[in-house]
Design a protein around this ligand. Structure first.
Ligand code: RIB
Length: 302
């Protein structure tokens, strides 16, 4: 069984259903609102464990009801939460998701406890990192913590996957060099490279620039169109499954958790792993909400 560690965020998502995004100064009614477990890190960890991997999570919560709710979810899913610790001051992270009638979302984040993860917390989790096959992280937790985690991983031959989300410019060179696979979407790829990613030639161009920055393997996800990969010797495109999209929240996180659970350490099955990940995210987008919409492996097998 694959051993995966995720370092990342935990959020309680408040989903606001609206016809369209409000204009500046406009007051608008919502059709509905609801609460769901979220956070890119937590979503990725839940995707990995539901894909069948032995999954550990490194994260921080507040001392509040939101934390109790999330811990119950993690325990039900069988995540190893030995390295999920409490911050005494900051609250558990929150996300406010504006979801329009076409399934498109805009997300506002309150980082809270996610932003209090320290290098010391990562050092305390070093045995967990060292014993894993793969470490995944994203940008809803502090950069110094991600970099330290990747240092430990690479010193111990652990595969590193970076999801550079939310989009960030000027990612430190050291982090990129410690990254085995970077998985941005088109917006994040543009933020990193300055290249507008629209079709396959621009994906290849953006990937080439990321290779030049020190990342050996690049996978760019382009939503309902599919995903593109580029390695030193080969590249290719995997089409997405055509489905009726209700909500794209956590589609990218599902892709990453499932990808990591399937990938061989030499990445020789990258296309097969991307197809599997793509099938899983095509299920996620058919239900509203993040963690409640992430499928179990029995519903994904292709
Ligand atoms: O990637 C989706 C996630 O982004 C949501 O669950 C929300 O919490 C934000 O972190």
């Amino acid at each position: 069984m694959k051993k995966i560690v995720v370092l990342g965020s935990i959020n309680i998502d408040t989903i606001l259903n609206i016809a369209r995004l409000p204009l500046p100064g406009e007051t608008m009614a919502m059709h509905d609102r609801s609460i769901a477990g979220g956070g890119k890190g937590a979503n990725q960890a839940i995707a990995a464990v539901r894909a069948g991997a032995e999954t550990s999570f490194i994260a921080k919560i507040g001392k509040d009801h939101a934390a109790d709710f999330m811990i119950d979810t993690f325990k039900n899913d069988g995540l190893n939460i030995q390295n999920v610790t409490e911050d005494n001051v900051a609250g558990t992270g929150k996300a406010y998701i504006l979801l329009d009638d076409h399934g498109q979302n805009s997300i506002l984040i309150y980082g809270g406890a996610n932003q209090t993860i320290t290098v010391e917390d990562i050092k305390n989790a070093s045995e967990t990192i060292k014993s894993a096959d793969c470490l995944i992280t994203e940008f809803e937790t502090p950069l110094e913590a991600s970099t330290e985690a990747f240092r430990i991983a690479k010193a111990n031959n652990v595969l590193t996957i970076l999801n550079p989300a939310p989009a960030k410019q000027n990612i430190p060179e050291e982090l990129l060099k410690l990254t085995d696979i970077i998985v941005p979407n088109e917006t994040e790829a543009q933020a990193i490279t300055g290249i507008e990613v629209v079709a396959e030639p621009s994906m290849a161009q953006a990937a080439k620039k990321m290779h030049a920055m020190g990342v050996k393997n690049v996978i760019i996800t382009v939503g309902a169109n599919g995903s593109f990969y580029s390695q030193s010797e080969k590249s290719g495109f995997v089409n997405a499954y055509k489905v009726n999209t209700v909500d794209t929240t956590a589609a990218g996180d599902t892709f990453i958790g499932y990808l990591a659970s399937k990938l061989d350490s030499d990445l020789s099955n990258i296309e097969e792993a991307m197809k599997f990940a793509s099938k899983a995210s095509s299920i996620t987008v058919q239900t509203q909400g993040a963690q409640n919409s992430i499928p179990y492996v029995k519903d994904v097998e292709i």
